[in-house]
Design a protein around this ligand. Structure first.
Ligand code: ADE
Ligand code: ZN
Length: 349
């Protein structure tokens, strides 16, 4: 397990350290970064009629009882995205945020079916997102990559058709994931699609154990052969599974504020992140859908640290895990971890 460099850090400096330390974000849905203000601006630009009269009314509707209650509003919000420029603008707003939050690497999920099912061509989606990623590299020094997610409430045939449509753009995304309504849509529903993606050399991840049972985590690992588990917090119900995750160094991309907003945990103080981290699970912190869940990545770190009494050692492990679990090259990871170590040296008493 990665140890903190041999330094003492004043606990009072922890909030500033959390903000300043270099980090990676491995679980965020780019459509979940659409702020109400941008939704309204894009609706006006594209002549799309919204079901809410104002930004305030839309924001007031962000009171969720579970994953599905959120997804209904999230898909409605995405309906304003029609043109390549819209996708670029959405991603660019998030990437500026990455720069401000010292996120050196982000692996962004996108949901093509949410758009292609409304008649927006795959090419429009991927080109708008890709140009924003390229601009972030050049103008911000932020490394940004794309992971294409299949919507699990739709059929396996639809996922396969999406993969077919994506093939001409294979070089523009690094992996595939599985998201949307988890309950009743187990990983094995997508066994053949993921097998094909593996043959194509794509990285594989899947949401599992957010609302679904530990069995879904086992099947994401054993049937889909994923390299990271998104969420995964329900692993704690099965000690043998936790031991396996530790043994295999399997990363969980945990999203604390999301988990509270979607009622997976009653409040942050009840969250099992610290328990799992202390046991040796490769935990990372992520924002999931920051525009909907009350904060971007640093807000997730800050509120979690406060609620679970995290220390500098925990902060170091979380940030280091985020780089190690990324799909960047070994050389890139080493460079970022070097910067992380330097930041901790700088904060030492
Ligand atoms: N799509 C966007 N956010 C999601 C989440 N937290 N779980 C499943 N699907 C999602
Ligand atoms: Zn998610």
């Amino acid at each position: 397990m990665a140890a903190l460099p041999d330094v003492q850090i004043d606990p009072q400096k922890l909030p500033a350290l959390l903000q300043a330390m270099p980090k990676a974000e491995l679980h965020m849905h780019i459509e979940g970064s659409l702020e109400p203000e941008l939704i309204f601006a894009l609706a006006q630009r594209n002549g799309v009629k919204l079901a809410y009269p104002s930004v305030e009314a839309l924001r007031a509707a962000y009171a969720f009882t579970d994953l599905q209650s959120f997804l209904d509003i999230y898909y409605a919000g995405a309906s304003v995205l029609l043109k390549e420029q819209d996708f670029h603008d959405m991603a660019w707003a998030y990437l500026l945020r990455c720069k401000a939050e010292n996120i050196l690497r982000t692996e962004m999920f996108f949901d093509p079916q949410t758009h292609t099912d409304r008649g927006v061509p795959f090419e429009v989606v991927i080109k708008g997102l890709t140009s924003a990623c390229e601009r972030a590299r050049l103008e911000l020094g932020v490394s940004a990559a794309l992971i294409m997610c299949f919507l699990r409430h739709l059929s396996e045939e639809s996922a396969m058709a999406t993969l077919e449509a994506a093939l001409p753009y294979r070089h523009l995304f690094i992996g595939v994931g599985l998201d949307s309504s988890e309950r009743g849509h187990p990983p094995e529903k997508f066994a053949r699609v993921f097998a094909k993606c593996k043959e194509l050399g794509l990285h594989l991840v899947a949401h599992a154990g957010e609302e679904g049972p530990p069995e879904y985590i086992y099947n994401a690992l054993d049937v889909l052969k994923v390299e990271r588990i998104d969420h995964g917090v329900r692993c704690i119900e099965d000690p043998a599974l936790v031991q396996r995750l530790i043994r295999e160094g399997m990363a969980l991309t945990v999203c604390p504020l999301s988990n509270v907003k979607l009622c997976v945990f009653k409040d942050l103080a009840q969250h099992n992140l610290k328990t799992l981290l202390d046991q040796g699970v490769k935990i990372t912190i992520n924002s999931d859908d920051p525009a909907y869940f009350g904060g971007y990545l640093n807000q997730n770190y800050l509120e979690t640290a406060q609620a679970l009494k995290l220390n500098a050692q925990d902060a170091y492990r979380l940030a280091r895990n985020s780089f190690e679990a990324s799909f960047a090259t070994q050389a890139e990871k080493a460079g970022w971890i070097e910067q992380l170590d330097q930041t901790f040296q700088r904060f030492a008493a």
